[in-house]
Design a protein around this ligand. Structure first.
Ligand code: HEC
Ligand code: HEC
Length: 324
């Protein structure tokens, strides 16, 4: 059974309040045979041929990440497993750093293995990297700190904290065989596509009602069983905050197009993916931790992009007020 089907079965079982202990990390969806990795030489450009955050310089095809059954015994393997546990159930294994109801694996599906879901094997070899978001070169741990601060709406662990070491070890283990600096096919989210028409809130609302509400709830609130989310919230106080990458329309459209509805990725049209991304991101969520006290100023400083609705009025509501 593939992992998504297994997960859906487990979710169905959980919703029926039947215990479902064995939501195992993925294995069957990927063959274990190693595939030769091809790499074109990066084209020299403004960045000197070095891939920048989210901007592949060369595509690399056919990488197959290792099987979880092959995590070695011993202290190194223990750290890999600890990283995996934190990744798939962050609120349980690193609660002091999490401020919402999400886990890393909610957006990096199949425990960070799935292509086009910003897989960890696609990220590891591309750091340190310059990030326009904070305008300096970030090492891998700093990149992870950003996820805690924004996507997890929490307080990041300090560099060197065991939580970051564990996550880094898990990513390193998963990326074995990936050439350093290579931009792998399937890395990041496949976000470089435009909708035929500008995204539209009303159309998005309809896409949402027909394709998403069943799992994520009529008001984006997700669904919990025994105090734990089985379907993660898309907006509101328990979701990612206004500073998170997922609040940008291009990231959201790319993630949704490839991965949602769960188990039926790539069934929405480009237009539907953008429309529903806009609908989702035209709702309140926790405030951007960089908020200066002034919405317009915060937009000008951190959200000056057509992909951000922060500080704009949509459907009669001024966005960026923050949700508790
Ligand atoms: C709400 C969804 C969401 C959650 C939750 C989330 N992330 Fe991310 N993550 C993203 C987005 C969006 C990006 C940006 C991807 C891009 O720019 O292509 C990203 C990027 C990353 C990257 C860099 C990927 C790359 O290819 O450069 C890493 C590593 C990462 N996240 C790890 C984590 C970890 C670890 C956690 C949990 C502590 C986490 N993420 C939680 C959405 C999320
Ligand atoms: C069959 C149930 C199901 C349907 C239908 C579904 N999702 Fe999801 N969605 C999930 C689950 C479960 C996850 C978390 C994935 C994981 O942890 O493996 C998720 C994760 C997400 C995330 C990232 C996590 C977060 O909370 O921000 C977004 C965004 C998202 N879905 C949007 C959508 C949109 C938009 C639609 C409709 C086009 C949709 N989903 C339809 C089950 C579903």
């Amino acid at each position: 059974m593939n992992r998504t089907v297994l997960r859906l079965a487990c979710i169905a079982a959980s919703l029926a309040l039947v215990a479902c202990e064995d939501i195992r990390p993925p294995r069957s969806a990927y063959k274990h045979d190693r595939v030769e990795v091809e790499r074109e030489p990066p084209t020299a450009g403004a960045t000197g041929g070095v891939p920048q955050d989210g901007q592949p310089a060369a595509k690399t095809a056919g990488f197959v990440p290792p099987d979880h059954d092959d995590i070695p015994e011993g202290p190194f393997g223990d750290m890999v497993r600890r990283g995996r546990d934190i990744f798939v159930d962050t609120g349980t294994h690193a609660p002091e750093f999490v401020g919402n109801g999400l886990s890393c694996g909610n957006c990096h599906i199949d425990a960070g293995l799935l292509p086009d879901s910003a897989p960890l094997w696609g990220a590891w070899g591309r750091y340190p990297a310059y990030r326009s978001k904070n305008q300096h070169v970030n090492n891998f741990q700093e990149r992870l700190q950003g996820c805690f601060r924004y996507s997890m709406d929490g307080t990041p662990p300090e560099q060197g904290d065991e939580v970051l070491v564990a996550l880094e070890t898990y990513a390193f283990w998963m990326a074995q065989g990936v050439p350093v600096g290579a931009a792998m096919e399937g890395a990041g989210y496949a976000k470089d596509f435009e909708p035929p028409e500008p995204p539209d809130y009303a159309r998005g609302e309809q896409v949402y009602a027909e394709n998403c509400a069943l799992c994520h709830g009529g008001n984006g609130e997700g669904q919990q069983v025994a105090g734990k989310y089985v379907f993660p919230p898309l907006w509101g106080g328990d979701s990612f905050n206004w500073g998170a990458g997922m609040h940008q329309l291009d990231n959201a459209a790319g993630f949704i197009k490839a991965n949602m509805p769960l188990g039926r990725g790539n069934t929405l049209s480009d237009q539907q993916a953008w429309d529903v991304a806009m609908y989702m991101n035209a709702h309140e969520r926790p405030q951007d931790p960089r908020y200066t006290g002034d919405l317009a100023e915060t937009r000008a400083k951190f959200h000056d992009s057509p992909h951000s609705l922060y500080g704009l009025e949509v459907d009669g509501r001024l966005l960026g007020q923050g949700a508790q």
